[in-house]
Design a protein. Structure first.
Length: 95
């Protein structure tokens, strides 16, 4: 399914490819943490009867997780674009 030549060209990008993988993994981890935090807030409000002021801190944590996830995804997209540009440039030079 994957071309071995394209994978070899992508590997030559080194840092950008590693950064893409790392930031993608971090985005996935932040998604899980975001869902867990949201579930905890919903549980505290609806089942435990906590008020808005008592769940303010978890809401701030949820907001921070959302912001970090957005930055992680943005960074992964930027670094993936850098890898793609390098691969395309290498392919064009070989033609």
């Amino acid at each position: 399914m994957f071309s071995r030549r394209l994978i070899a060209l992508a590997r030559s990008s080194g840092l950008a490819l590693g950064l893409t993988i790392l930031l993608g993994w971090l985005g996935g981890l932040l998604t899980i943490l975001q869902a867990w935090t949201l579930a905890s807030i919903v549980n505290d409000v609806f089942l435990n009867g906590l008020t808005r002021t008592l769940v303010a801190a978890p809401l701030v944590i949820l907001l921070a997780l959302v912001a970090l996830k957005a930055l992680s995804i943005w960074g992964a997209e930027v670094s993936a674009n850098a890898v793609a540009q390098r691969v395309k440039t290498d392919l064009r030079e070989r033609l």
